[in-house]
Design a protein around this ligand. Structure first.
Ligand SMILES: NC(=O)C1=CN([C@@H]2O[C@H](COP(=O)(O)OP(=O)(O)OC[C@H]3O[C@@H](n4cnc5c(N)ncnc54)[C@H](O)[C@@H]3O)[C@@H](O)[C@H]2O)C=CC1
Ligand SMILES: O=C(CO)COP(=O)(O)O
Length: 363
């Protein structure tokens, strides 16, 4: 039972047949729920149901035997109490509209997608609010490489929602000995963290390909956190969520692991591979490629200082060599380490005062 007096969801639907949707579907099935997974590929659906494998996205993993997959959206969604949506951001709204006839006000809807919609700059839970009647909307976000989670590596995530029933339902449906689900009431911050960190994983992958070592990586990750927080605060979000699993936690894993698709895109570009070729050979979604463009444009429009994101944007889309990715950061005015203790403006003012004093003493 949870705080609304309802039992934990016993019927769960998962939209998306990729690596993360499949990993979560299998965990929920392991916990005893009836789990149905929707995907477009009929052969893959048959393979999951009959042979308990998803050979395209999680080739070495044995899935729970009770998991059923189908291309029929109605069958998957009928009487589902909790729906997990793991569809790349570029197709998220279309799939939600397809699902809408079977979505109800009392269902829990959780997005696991870490991206931003191109035409509206909406986060995925904002699309769920717009497109569905559900009163229980949340996001699942954290340091969760799908293949590690599916292989039962001890992992933690965050369910973020302002609705207590949504948080409790997600925790009851997914927590197990190797997956711990922490709660947050900052849906927007957790979701923004998940989308923004992909940008910097591309940057760190690129730096690694150029032979940069631990000093560089540590600097990039820490300054990435400063940029992400600055961007979030400008959009009205709290920076505090970035101190948790959905912020710095996810940033660390994505910037550290060769399993990250975004890191791999950056690594390939750093080795001189053209972006289109890197994306084509990945064969899976790397959300950061689109996110860096959207965030750079928004930051330019609103005057938000984001030297790493904009340096990366120019490398990916304007033919600037990867070796110049960090130059605008390295050459910019002296600045503050933690802006919430010493503001950027105050740190820069120290230098203006110093140079004025120098000029006066010379004259
Ligand atoms: N894979 C991971 O480690 C994690 C992924 N995520 C997020 O989950 C989201 C989904 O990612 P993955 O499962 O990893 O993706 P994936 O690249 O493994 O698979 C994407 C899935 O979406 C399907 N798809 C693509 N276009 C579609 C469309 N128009 N209609 C219906 N289905 C479509 C594909 O067929 C595939 O089943 C992404 O936003 C990603 O950032 C979040 C945490 C971890
Ligand atoms: O979000 C992820 C880990 O938390 C997965 O990252 P990639 O999409 O870069 O593989």
């Amino acid at each position: 039972m949870n705080e609304e007096g309802r039992p934990a969801p016993g019927r769960i639907a998962v939209l998306g047949g990729g690596s993360f949707g499949t990993a979560l579907a299998s965990i929920a099935a392991t916990k005893g729920a009836r789990v149905r997974q929707w995907m477009r590929d009929a052969a893959l659906a048959d393979e999951i149901t009959a042979r308990h494998h998803n050979s395209r996205y999680l080739p070495d993993i044995e899935l729970h035997e009770s998991l059923r997959a189908s291309t029929c959206m109605q069958w998957v969604l009928e009487d589902a109490e909790l729906v997990l949506i793991a569809i790349p951001s570029g197709h998220f709204r279309t799939v939600v509209r397809q699902a809408r006839p079977w979505l109800k006000a009392d269902q829990v809807l959780l997005s696991t997608t870490k991206g931003i919609e191109e035409s509206t700059f909406s986060l995925m839970s904002e699309i769920l609010v717009e497109e569905t009647p559900s009163r229980h909307i949340g996001v699942l976000s954290g340091p969760n490489l799908a293949s590690e989670l599916a292989a039962r590596h001890v992992t933690a995530t965050v369910v973020a929602s302002d609705d207590g029933y949504t948080r409790a339902a997600a925790q009851a449906s997914l927590s197990c000995d190797y997956f711990r689900v922490y709660a947050s009431n900052d849906r927007y911050g957790a979701e923004l963290g998940g989308a923004l960190k992909n940008i910097y994983a591309i940057g760190v992958g690129m730096a690694a390909a150029m032979g940069m070592g631990a000093n560089t990586k540590s600097m990039l990750i820490t300054r990435a956190l400063a940029e992400m927080s600055r961007f979030a605060v400008n959009l009205g979000a709290s920076p505090l969520t970035f101190l948790g699993l959905a912020g710095v936690g996810d940033l660390i894993v994505t910037c550290s692991s060769e399993l990250s698709r975004n890191y791999r895109i950056g690594f390939a570009v750093g080795q001189g591979v053209a972006l289109e070729d890197a994306v084509a050979s990945l064969g899976q979604v790397a959300e950061g490629v689109n996110t860096v463009r959207l965030v750079h444009e928004r930051a330019e429009r609103e005057g938000i200082y984001m030297p790493l994101a904009s340096g990366l944007y120019h490398v990916l889309f304007n033919g600037v060599p990867p070796s110049e990715m960090g130059l605008s950061l390295m050459r910019s005015e002296h600045s503050s380490d933690v802006e919430f203790t010493l503001s950027r403006q105050d740190a820069q003012r120290d230098h203006h005062t110093l140079s004025k004093t120098n000029q006066e003493s010379r004259s």
